[in-house]
Design a protein around this ligand. Sequence first.
Ligand code: FAD
Length: 280
Amino acid sequence: MNLQQPISFEFFPTKTAEGAEKLALVRDKLSVLNPLYYSVTYGAGGSTQDGTINTVASIKKAGHSAAPHLSCIGSTRESIKSILDLFINQGVDRIVALRGDLPSGHRDVGEFRYANELVEFIRAETGDHFHIEVAAYPEVHPQAKNAQTDLDNFIRKMNAGANGAITQYFFNVDSYLYFIDSCVKAGMDKPVIPGIMPITNYSRLAGFSDMCGAEIPRWLAKRLEGYGDDIDSIKALGLEVISKLCENLLAEGAPGLHFYTLNQSKTTLDICQNIGISPE
Ligand code: FAD
């Protein structure tokens, strides 16, 4: 069976030539699943700018569609305009537009405060050139005052000219379904693609989840924690839980799946195989 809904894969930029070669191999393995695009993260304040540009170049050179992320916090209009021009010259026509987080110790927020301002700027400067995706938080962004203001802010960002959104990862299907329901009630029915985080390492996942406000259900946390250093058991339960999550999301009408691959192919390939996404 081949899935009707598109899938996409996220990478982070590598730091060395050796890392870039390894990532190209990962990409080749994933490419059999015919993703709509590969996205590449972008460090806040442009900290990974060269890495993002080089990774995008490698994806384009291999004949695939690339969607660089672009975060605006700490940036000027001029610097954002020049990176947009660079992406256009690279033949890029999709982008994931974000605010980002100021690295600790940095105080200068720059000329953009929130992602809705970046979306407006991209539209004003480049018209309809880019397909723009933004970030969504079914379990509420960690800095938001409350769920309603976070939703209002999300809708404002979508209405600024985004074509769709990708969610922060989550493990609770209801959080996604209630979020979509609230968006539809607010008159926003553009696609919101679930972001899928494979589970391969519990302590890393727990630390990251604390930071980004993604809840690991108690039953799952307790089981994963109980495995200690038994990586095989963590991976096996992770594979089962995330495959089921994907199946449930698709059954509930999710318009696609975006995998946070962590620059690895195996777990994402295993999940896709479990849910019936087969190589072209
Ligand atoms: P915003 O949409 O601006 O929201 C940030 C906070 O401000 C929220 O609490 C929101 O409720 C509030 N807010 C929004 N607009 C307004 C407004 N107009 N007035 C008042 N309050 C407002 N980070 C990176 O650095 N690089 C990446 O490549 C990257 N990729 C990501 C990809 C995805 C799919 C996701 C979900 C996140 C990604 N992040 C990335 C993390 C992201 O940058 C952080 O979560 C950041 O804290 C918020 O970015 P945002 O674009 O969602 O911000």
